[in-house]
Write a protein that binds this ligand. Structure first.
Ligand code: Z5A
Ligand code: MG
Length: 216
């Protein structure tokens, strides 16, 4: 692969148990084996003070008003934004397991009239804009066969189904928000191959010779 002057910003997204963390690890390893410097990140980052509040909420150990928890998830990305930008400028590729896409759809999936996709997206404006977001698409029923639901807040069939619909609404927006879809219901190796293909396609795009942009 051709050398890039800056790093790439790559996001892996999808429903619960779509295989995000599995593919995130494999992609990072592949990129490193090709000689790239890679920074692994995930959201929520449960290690920061804000992340600890999110962790307690997801585990049902604390309550949060829906708008408040939404803004905490967003703040958890904002506290990492400069770190992401600096790494990319220094030539490091940043690969993130969930990002603002999850932020928008999981909050909007709650179905509150005053918590629309648009409302949910607004606090994300200005964050580093991904070069590509690979959405690992799987039917909730197929994902459910990968093991029982965990005990966290959003791990219900109804929520996962709505989240998938909303991901498709995001993809249908004018620029698709940089999302490409990969069928995640196949063998790990097949999915991995497709993910790498999508990343390679983006590496060839003219935008990779330009500085990283911001979410508009
Ligand atoms: N959330 C939010 O509301 N707002 C936000 O802004 C953000 C997140 C960022 C926690 O996320 C919750 O936060 C999440 C969204 C919300 N709530 N839900 N649902 P998290 O990222 O911490 O959740 P996680 O537990 O790490 O990820 P996950 O979704 O549960 O799983 P995954 O990473 O997609 O899957 P995996 O761990 O790679 O694989 C799951 C299992 O399937 C495992 O046994 C694998 O071995 C197996 N697997 C993986 N790939 C395959 C294939 N291809 N075939 C068969 N089996 C496979
Ligand atoms: Mg995971």
């Amino acid at each position: 692969m051709a050398p890039l002057s800056r790093g790439m910003l790559i996001v892996i997204e999808g429903l619960d148990r779509a295989g995000k963390s599995t593919q995130h690890a494999r992609l990072c390893q592949s990129l490193e084996s090709q000689g790239r410097r890679v920074k692994r990140m995930r959201f929520p980052d449960r290690t920061t003070p804000i992340g600890k509040s999110i962790d307690a909420y997801l585990k049902g150990e604390s309550q949060q008003e829906d708008h408040v928890i939404h803004l905490l998830f967003s703040a958890n990305r904002w506290e990492a934004a400069a770190q992401i930008r600096n790494a990319i400028e220094e030539g490091t590729t940043v690969v993130i397991d969930r990002y603002y896409y999850s932020g928008i759809v999981y909050s909007a999936a709650k179905g509150k009239a005053d918590l629309s996709l648009k409302w949910a997206r607004d606090p994300e404006i200005g964050l580093p804009r991904p070069d590509v977001c690979v959405f690992l698409d799987i039917a909730p029923e197929a994902a459910a066969k990968r093991g029982g639901f965990g005990r966290e807040k959003y791990e219900t069939n109804a929520m996962q189904k709505r989240v998938r619909e909303l991901f498709y609404e995001l993809i249908a927006t004018s620029d698709g928000l940089d999302i490409c879809v990969v069928d995640a219901g196949r063998d790990v190796e097949e999915v991995e191959k497709d993910v790498m293909e999508r990343v390679k396609d983006v590496m060839k795009q003219p935008k990779m010779t330009q500085p990283l942009t911001e979410i508009l």
